[in-house]
Design a protein around this ligand. Structure first.
Ligand SMILES: [Zn+2]
Length: 485
């Protein structure tokens, strides 16, 4: 089985992996590059394969960096099936429609600015795709993948298993003849406050493994909760707005559930909570449909007919006009808005209005790519550019890493421990993080390699001359799993 990666190779974004086996070609994920201008420019590069000639597409989950270039594939002539789980299809609709809207809004904005500068319209890059392209794409979704059930896709046997990352997320066991390969997609944090753990993987010859946090260990869940509670209490004392930039799927629901628990337990004051993200509000509805993927505490609340994601003081902000009005609200209030890396979305105007005030608190609960706006703020920039304006960073900035939806080093090793895999191919990580993981793999008798950008590799070629590694013990979850079944 051959792999060629056109995204998430030597970087954490733009996942797109082409598997070739027996002359058939299947694409695993088709994600958008996000984070900074250089990365985003890659979305405009021509795809280096014949989109119309693909034999199938499989999605691991609905995050934009895994599905966001699908409409481009369809624009280039792909008309075949896009296989995924049911929740992934539901969330992909929300995610792709939002992405199209952002593309078109961005284009209109650029066009107005270009005209004021006397630049001809045709020099403004058009949107990558629009709502119509998304509807054509959604018509190709085949949401029939079920955890633990094998499906045939273009001659390959494909078995999705629960990845525990976001609702519907799957890792894939792909079999062709005798070869067995696992494509990890994104794997969950075994201490998620929302999702059940990933199911232990079956044995495989090779694992293509995400490595976002392969160099670190997240804080235990209890410590993360205490850290978040203390940040909120400190922020309330500052008296200003409390900005929580958050991704719409998984992180927002985790944070809402945590705030609700803290307020119900009397651990933080009942100040107003504004959910300023229509996309997050829509995504939250899907959690009511697929409660069986959630940890018992959340599932039980849902089954009792209660809303686990609604603190008593929650206001959902539907329109951007109402979003602007929050800025005139006096007194402390929590504002949850997208996106998590602060590179776009409604969080930007809140940053512009509040980042320069010492009374403001910014609580980062998301992964921050070093080159993104969020990355610059959390690493201590004095001034940043927000919506075309220089803004001083005077807000109190808290960074809380333990809410991560991604596996940390222990989680990745626990995953590999049961796969009994001779060869681990690393994707979806920063190169220095992946390099530092190689000796950790070697200590456990595993051969690791970084998947090169765009260059084909033979996944099931010779791994270890001595056959399978002896195996090793999985590191236990940090504070005892609360996510098992
Ligand atoms: Zn993801």
């Amino acid at each position: 089985m051959q792999l060629q990666s056109f995204g998430a190779a030597l970087t954490v974004t733009g996942s797109m992996h082409l598997l070739t086996s027996g002359g058939r070609q299947v694409l695993i994920d088709c994600g958008l590059f996000q984070g900074n201008d250089d990365l985003e420019a890659r979305n405009r590069e021509p795809l280096p394969f014949d989109a119309a000639g693909l034999d199938g597409v499989i999605l691991t989950h609905a995050h934009l960096d895994h599905v966001g270039r699908l409409p481009l594939l369809v624009k280039l002539g792909y008309r075949g099936p896009v296989h995924c789980t049911e929740p992934t299809a539901a969330l992909a609709e929300t995610v792709l429609l939002d992405s199209a809207r952002l593309q078109v809004d961005g284009y209109r904005h650029d066009l107005r600015r270009a005209r004021r500068q006397g630049i001809p319209d045709e020099q403004v890059p058009p949107p990558l795709y629009d709502e119509e392209d998304v509807h054509r794409t959604l018509a190709l979704l085949r949401p029939a993948l079920r955890f633990g059930e094998t499906t045939r896709v273009a001659g390959l046997r494909v078995t999705p298993h629960r990845a525990g990352h976001i609702l519907g997320s799957a890792y894939l066991l792909i079999e062709s003849g005798d070869a067995r390969v696992i494509m990890s997609g994104d794997l969950g944090n075994r201490e998620s406050g929302l999702q059940l753990d990933f199911t232990p993987p079956p044995p495989a010859d090779a694992v293509v493994l995400e490595s976002t946090y392969a160099n670190r260990t997240h804080r235990p869940w209890a410590a993360t909760l205490a850290e978040f509670r203390d940040a909120l209490r400190g922020a309330v004392r500052q008296g200003g707005k409390i900005l929580i930039p958050s991704f719409a799927i998984e992180r927002t629901q985790t944070i809402l559930h945590t705030i609700k628990n803290l307020m119900d337990a009397g651990e933080v004051p009942r100040i107003p909570v504004f959910l300023d993200s229509p996309m997050a509000a829509r995504a939250t509805h899907e959690y009511f449909e697929y409660g069986d993927e959630l940890i018992p505490a959340v599932r039980d609340t849902l089954q009792a007919g209660e809303d686990p994601f609604r603190p008593g003081t929650l206001h959902v902000v539907p329109t951007s006009a109402e979003s602007q009005r929050i800025n005139r609200y006096d007194g402390p209030a929590i504002i949850l808005a997208g996106n998590g890396m602060m590179t776009g979305g409604r969080i930007q105007h809140h940053l512009k209005h509040h980042l320069w005030k010492p009374s403001t608190s910014l609580i980062s609960v998301s992964y921050q790519s070093p080159s993104s706006l969020g990355g610059r703020i959390v690493t201590g920039a004095d001034h940043v550019r927000v919506m075309g304006e220089e803004i001083a960073v005077r807000a109190h900035v808290y960074t809380i890493g333990g809410f991560s939806a991604h596996a940390d080093q222990d989680d990745l090793l626990a995953f590999l421990a049961t796969a009994g895999t001779p060869h681990v191919w690393l994707v979806h990580g920063e190169p220095d993080v992946m390099e530092s993981f190689l000796p950790v793999l070697a200590e456990r008798g595993l051969k690791g390699d970084l998947v090169p950008d765009r260059q084909p590799v033979d996944l099931t070629g010779p791994g270890y001359p001595d056959g399978r590694p002896a195996g090793f013990t999985a590191p236990p979850p940090r504070s005892g799993s609360h996510g098992g079944e």
